[in-house]
Design a protein around this ligand. Structure first.
Ligand code: PMP
Length: 285
């Protein structure tokens, strides 16, 4: 049996999971999204994802489609219907359907769609080997703190990585790393400080970033929220990324240059372990 999708209050089969061609998400990328992780059938840090969703909506003056508790109930039901044990739950809110016009329509009704993806996340060969990445110019718009579906620039970046035979790309603006195509970027300096770009309009405030920085501080690491160059990253002791689907993932090669001995570093692996252990015990991190 195929997956069950959620479309505006209905739980439907994929072939019936449809929205209008006039949906503003389709025509203008006028839509925001969240991806929550599912471990052992439970949503991880979902409250934080719903908080960020509310912020994205508010930044765009887009009406929430439902109250948070109604969204949560629909999320739980979708997980149950799809019998997801491990994987992802994708959620998207668009401004809804209106005849094509750039300005926001006066009375469109926001739409909510959701689907699940079964995926093995805990057992990750990449976590053992580490990621190879390339650096690319950041070509995105200037409000990357809003989690919109305008994902063509990151898609181009990910494709450039595929074409280069590597796993991902870090984006660089004004000589400084912003973030990965779909993750936050970090280095570990030789004096064992964890460095990642400060929050602002230039990057997404990752839910995993918040949790991992908290865990890092609790484990005694000094966290420096300052941007770094690709040159600094290539010379760093370690590098890693964070995202809901990858947790903490070591980066071992940047633009063809191996970091250290080319293996995942101890700090990255320790933080990955702390994140996973905590997530398996607590739904809110
Ligand atoms: N930055 C960008 C550009 C992203 O797309 C993502 C993942 N959606 C992240 C960072 C990581 O965010 P999170 O930890 O909430 O998955």
């Amino acid at each position: 049996m195929g997956r069950t999708f959620y479309v505006n209050g209905e739980f439907v089969a994929e072939q019936n999971a449809k929205i209008s061609v006039l949906d503003r998400g389709f025509l203008f990328a006028d839509a925001v999204y969240e991806v929550s992780t599912v471990l052992k059938g439970k949503l991880i840090d979902n409250k934080a994802h719903l908080r960020r969703l509310a912020r994205s909506l508010a930044e765009l003056s887009m009406a929430p489609p439902y109250a948070d508790d109604e969204i949560l109930a629909a999320q739980m039901k979708l997980l149950e219907m799809n019998e997801i044990d491990e994987g992802l739950l994708y959620l998207q809110v668009s401004r809804g359907v209106a005849d094509r016009d750039f300005a926001y329509p006066a009375n469109a009704k926001s739409s909510l769609v959701m689907f699940t993806q079964e995926k093995s996340l805990l057992d990750s060969p990449m976590a053992k080997q580490g990621m190879h990445i390339i650096s690319i110019p950041d070509q995105r718009w200037k409000r990357r703190d809003i989690k919109t579906v305008g994902l063509l620039a990151p898609s181009m970046g990910k494709q450039a990585a595929v074409d280069a035979g590597v796993h991902d790309a870090w984006m660089v603006e004004d000589g400084l790393v912003t973030e990965g195509t779909s993750n936050n970027a970090y280095i570990v300096t030789h004096d064992k400080k964890i460095q990642t770009r400060h929050l602002g309009h230039e990057i997404l405030s990752g839910i995993t970033r918040t949790a991992v920085l908290k865990f890092a501080k609790a484990a005694g690491y000094t966290v420096v929220e300052e941007p770094f160059t690709i040159e600094a990253a290539r010379k760093a002791s370690e590098a890693f990324i964070t995202s809901a689907s990858s947790f903490v993932m070591p980066v071992v090669n940047i633009d063809g240059v191996s970091l250290g001995d080319g293996n995942p570093g101890p700090v990255s692996l320790e933080l990955r372990q702390i994140y996973i252990e905590t997530a398996l015990q607590h739904q809110d991190l």
